[in-house]
Design a protein around this ligand. Structure first.
Ligand code: USQ
Length: 398
């Protein structure tokens, strides 16, 4: 299949491009390098040095003999989206090309507006361009488990059967997201559903949990093929951050009581889930949702797992319960369904001692690059403007 990956320079986009490229698919990547600009804006950087996308594509050709077609452009520019679809003629579009961080969207008014405009406009442009240029092509879009929030009932995969005043219907599962970022994904979901209904497009909305892991089979092939592993408060996610904190001798930053539960998955499983969605496409007119995670943990459980593994490597890590910078439930019911990807053949790489051990070992190699001052949280969900002085950076607007 011809697969176009939007956001092909990112933590997940680049490994997905390689994964599909060496499994018989013709792969194209589109990126505007916005993530690299946001990193510069906030003075954060990935732990492992990352080569330019041009160099990574070249290295992939040298290492594997496979060609990945590279497009540079911004999804907010409709002409770019139409042009790339016309040129590449994809059978499937994998859409990672959004601002991916909840804390980023909560820094200030500018970043909240930017996140929603960027994400919603990009996805709308993709839907409109698909309608015009390639209506047979399917869209596989990265959504988030955070669209559902943490309701006090079981979370279904996208839809729930409801009986109301004696009548029954199957309706979208209620959304209660906890950040302007997560809310941008809810808007995307509604736009995708409408596009399927009125234009007969085929889309899959992957409600993904928190991804962890530092490498895949393909990133290991050559240091030029590494992916961007973040540990800062903006782009780093819980388990990845805890592993870096353990190695750096910084107490593991559990927010609040640590009873928050989330769905997690290994980066290797993200790639397989994307492949499963692509090779088992939605039907024309179908908007479907897969909950993309393999197991749930509380944040405290994760921290304890890291402390235990670190001890085996002679690192004595500790946990610190920090005042929660977010507004979220810290003790709650959490039981989301996640059977659809398993039914398609997903064989999860569950979180193991070996995996944490290998991440810790890998981080140790790059220990000298850890910037200690970007680890602790400063971005508060309910901060008033005057409290955010240290984050009032010049706003570049893109
Ligand atoms: N947390 C800590 N300490 C930390 C970092 C996070 O206790 O140092 C807690 C947070 O308060 C939250 C949980 O861990 O309760 C998850 O936070 P996170 O930063 O690992 O992930 P989150 O902000 O939810 O976002 C990440 C990705 C996002 C994706 C989402 C899936 O960045 O793109 O949509 O995971 S989910 O969490 O299921 O919504």
């Amino acid at each position: 299949m011809r697969v176009l990956i939007l956001g092909g320079d990112g933590y997940l986009g680049w490994p997905t491009a390689m994964y599909l490229s060496c499994r018989g698919h013709v792969v194209g990547v589109l990126d505007n390098f916005a993530k690299r600009r946001w990193e510069m804006e906030l003075n954060v950087e990935p732990l492992i040095p990352i080569h330019t996308l041009h160099d990574r594509v070249k290295a992939w050709r040298e290492v594997k003999g496979e060609q990945i077609e590279l497009f540079v452009g911004d999804l907010r520019n409709y002409g770019v989206v139409e042009g790339v679809l016309e040129k590449f003629q994809p059978d499937a579009i994998v859409h990672y090309g959004e601002q991916p961080s909840a804390p980023y969207s909560m820094i200030d008014h500018n970043r909240a507006v930017f996140t929603q405009v960027n994400n919603v406009t990009g996805t709308l442009n993709v839907l409109w361009a698909m309608r015009k240029i390639s209506p047979e092509c399917q869209l596989v879009k990265l959504g988030t488990m955070g669209e559902y929030g943490t309701p006090n009932i079981d979370i279904e995969e996208g839809f729930i059967e409801i009986e109301h005043k004696g009548r029954r219907d199957v309706l979208p599962f209620p959304c209660q997201p906890g950040s302007f970022y997560h809310l941008s994904k809810v808007h995307d979901s509604h736009n995708m559903r409408l596009a399927c209904k009125i234009w007969n497009l085929a889309t899959t909305d992957l409600h993904q949990g928190v991804v962890y892991g530092i490498e895949t089979d393909e990133t290991r092939l050559d240091e030029r093929l590494e992916t961007s592993f973040h540990y800062d408060e903006v782009f780093g996610t819980a388990l990845n951050r805890f592993c870096v904190q353990a190695v750096a001798g910084i107490p593991l930053s559990v927010y609040g009581s640590g009873g928050q539960r989330r769905g997690f998955l290994n980066i290797r499983d993200t790639l397989r889930c994307i492949e499963l969605a692509v090779v088992n496409p939605a039907k024309p007119g179908e908007y479907r949702v897969f909950n993309q995670f393999t197991e749930t943990f509380s944040i405290t459980q994760l921290a304890e797992l890291v402390v235990r593994q670190a001890a085996k490597l002679g690192i004595s890590a500790t946990v610190e319960l920090l005042e929660n910078p977010r507004v979220e439930l810290e003790e709650h019911y959490y039981n989301p369904a996640h059977t659809k990807l398993l039914d398609l053949g997903l064989e999860p790489h569950l979180l193991s001692d070996e995996l944490i051990n290998s991440v810790l070992e890998r981080i140790k190699t790059y220990q000298s690059r850890i910037k200690r001052d970007i680890v602790l949280p400063h971005i508060k969900w309910d901060a008033r403007a005057q409290e955010m002085d240290e984050l009032k950076l010049m706003w570049a607007g893109a």
